[in-house]
Design a protein around this ligand. Structure first.
Ligand SMILES: Nc1ncnc2c1ncn2[C@@H]1O[C@H](COP(=O)(O)OP(=O)(O)O)[C@@H](O)[C@H]1O
Ligand SMILES: [Mg+2]
Length: 416
């Protein structure tokens, strides 16, 4: 114990807090520069021949043979001349060539997916980023939209929300009504195949702007701002992934209303289960109030509950897993993301399992985490194909087509 402190209790002024806040921001900048030295920008992984072949679903030999044709990027030999390496962009060119049948068909547009849950720390942001990266490694072109003022997703892309994000790189101008298409805010990222709309604390302004416009502008529908804002870019992307704040805010409602599908990461523990239940009842109350009263409706193409951060050593999680199964039934994805040291370690380096080219820890630990995310991304790609099939009328009734009506967005069906 520090006796000095006991004798002279000192209050903490707002100026103290302000100085402390500045130190924290400066520390983030230092950490980031040290981690991402020398360029202070994140670098995407480089892949070897067998990894590229694996992504393409072919044998290494077939890939070597195709290389001789010279119609796909040849990569380059490493310094010792023993290994061929491919950049992410080159790898994705190969993937797209070999996964043509799984790519977005003509006439279909981006499938929009929100990742949401009331609570912080349930792995929403990790799920959003790994999903975007995983889908890009299946050849898809992805736009990620960070709608959480905390900007954790933005940080995972190596950008510091507090110092490096301007208002016009976020959805704020859309919320304020000075822009109508989100195009102004889109920027490329270090990851080929993923573009970003960033977030920063200034985005809290949207929580004031949206309700203010609702009272001031006749006929304004605050919940449709993002939906209408992304219309302009829906044909430029295969998938749009939206990360949301840990609350049912005006922005979160916008994200859900703009989405074909929703993914709710849910760790199997009692408090998270309770919080998820509250989320859905509040969502239901709110949308009934907003839409049903106006004769509008909203249908989702899919809602998936993803068991996330599952701790196999925690006996209680088995019971909660049963509650989740009974409550959400077929909405629960048949894959679980384990609580893993890989995410912990790589997150400390502002990254995900897909950022790690070589894991220093146990290969088994890494494979377990990577396999789980790969399986998750695979299921979501299946849901995306289902939506595209519906959009193009190519789905077989009852299989891909399902029985739910197509949901482009709120009210479009009901109004027009
Ligand atoms: N599967 C996992 N295993 C272990 N830690 C995880 C896992 N997924 C996420 N985390 C960690 O949990 C914390 C919260 O995750 P995050 O994705 O930011 O959640 P949210 O967006 O819901 O607040 C982060 O430190 C993240 O690295
Ligand atoms: Mg988050």
């Amino acid at each position: 114990m520090n006796s000095l402190n006991l004798q002279q209790p000192r209050t903490i002024s707002l100026a103290d807090i302000s100085a402390q806040a500045e130190r924290a921001v400066a520390m983030m900048e230092q950490i980031r520069s040290a981690m991402l030295a020398p360029t202070a920008r994140k670098a995407s992984p480089v892949f070897n021949l067998s990894q590229v072949a694996g992504f393409c679903g072919i044998e290494k030999g077939s890939l070597s043979h195709r290389l001789t044709k010279g119609d796909l990027p040849p990569g380059r030999l490493n310094e010792t001349g023993t290994r061929r390496e491919f950049s992410l962009a080159e790898t994705r060119a190969w993937i797209r060539a070999y996964r043509l049948a799984s790519l977005r068909p003509a006439g279909a547009e981006a499938v929009t997916i929100s990742v949401g849950n009331f609570k912080g720390g349930v792995s929403k942001t990790t799920t959003a980023v790994t999903l975007a990266q995983g889908l890009s490694l299946l050849g898809h072109k992805v736009l990620v939209i960070d709608t959480d003022p905390q900007g954790s997703l933005t940080t995972l892309f190596g950008i510091l929300p507090d110092t490096e994000v301007e208002e016009d790189q976020t959805i704020l101008p859309l919320a304020m009504g000075s822009e109508t298409s989100i195009r102004y805010a889109i920027r490329p990222t270090y990851w080929d195949g993923i573009d970003l709309v960033a977030a920063a604390p200034l985005l809290f302004g949207a929580e004031f702007a949206l309700p203010a416009r609702q009272t001031q502008e006749p006929g304004f529908e605050f919940w449709r701002v993002l939906d209408l804002g992304i219309d302009d870019v829906r044909s430029d992307y295969d998938v749009i992934v939206i990360d949301t704040p840990p609350s049912l805010s005006y922005t979160t409602i916008n994200a859900f209303m703009a989405s074909n599908g929703v993914i709710m990461p849910l760790p199997p523990n009692a408090l998270d289960f309770a919080s998820a239940a509250q989320f859905w009842s509040l969502f239901s109350d709110l949308t009934t109030e907003l839409l049903a009263k106006r004769g509008l409706d909203k249908a989702f193409d899919f809602i998936h509950v993803l068991l996330a951060r599952v701790d196999s050593a925690d006996a209680a999680s088995n019971i909660v897993r049963q509650w989740i199964g009974q409550t959400y039934a077929e909405k629960v994805l048949p894959v679980e993301i384990p609580k893993t040291a890989v995410t912990g370690v790589t997150a400390a380096e502002f990254g995900t399992v897909y950022d790690v080219a070589r894991y220093d820890g146990s290969a088994r630990t890494f494979k377990r985490a990577r396999d789980a995310y790969d399986a998750f991304v695979g299921y979501i790609e299946g849901s995306i194909h289902g939506v595209w099939a519906r959009q193009t009328g190519a789905g077989r009734a009852g299989v891909l087509n399902g029985s739910t009506p197509q949901s482009k967005s709120v009210s479009k069906g009901a109004k027009q």
